[in-house]
Design a protein around this ligand. Sequence first.
Ligand code: AMP
Length: 250
Amino acid sequence: MKALVAVKRVVDYNVKVRVKADQTGVELANVKMAMNPFCEIAVEEAVRLKEQGVITEIIAVTVGPEAAQEQLRGAMALGADSAILIKSDEEVQPLAVARLLKAVCDQVQPGLIIMGKQAIDGDNNQTGQMLAALAGYAQATFASKLVVADGKAQVTREIDGGLQTIEVNLPAVVTTDLRLNEPRYASLPNIMKAKKKPLTVTTAGDYGVDVTPSIKTLKVAAPKERQAGIKVKTVAELVEKLKNEAKVLG
Ligand code: AMP
């Protein structure tokens, strides 16, 4: 059984993002980029399933610029067997990404599609759900445990105030939550090997998918700067300030 893993190139989570002066988005020039952390978890889970003998082949796919090959090579260094870059220099929104992934599924026929629950740039949390609907596959979102056997996947999901375990028929879309696993680091020999693995470059046009945006961002604003705190010398001073300045004590 093949697994398709969707990975997105995003601003590295350690970078303190800055909003552009014209408020149309965040500054991307000369900013460190990386694989979306939830997608790293997706790749790790696929690799573990391959190590268990459940999956025979892992295909990583991304929709993004030429530079996103870096993240695909990263996925292959972690254990993906091959990769597909659907090249686009423009922003491709979740519905269009889902349509493209559906087209890849039609070609590859994976038994399992593993994706991040959200990309940390747009925080959309949409693509996996949309793909499942378009492809007519079952979906199991926010997975914190995944067991695959006998044509089914048992998925434990992180839900408000607890955990829910469901069983879905394959093929299914599973989206990863933070506690699913801890991704490994790629070893140097595996990074070298990944350079020789097959990477196919395509475009949205090859799949006949229109990627014209349907959503327009009107404005992006940075959160308000927090005021600097002060140190108080005594408990009495603290109580006095809470009463008379913050007015949170009666
Ligand atoms: P989102 O719906 O944008 O929050 O993204 C959820 C997940 O969908 C990500 O973690 C990826 O697995 C996948 N995804 C979103 N955008 C892309 C993209 N451009 N290329 C590949 N996968 C993507």
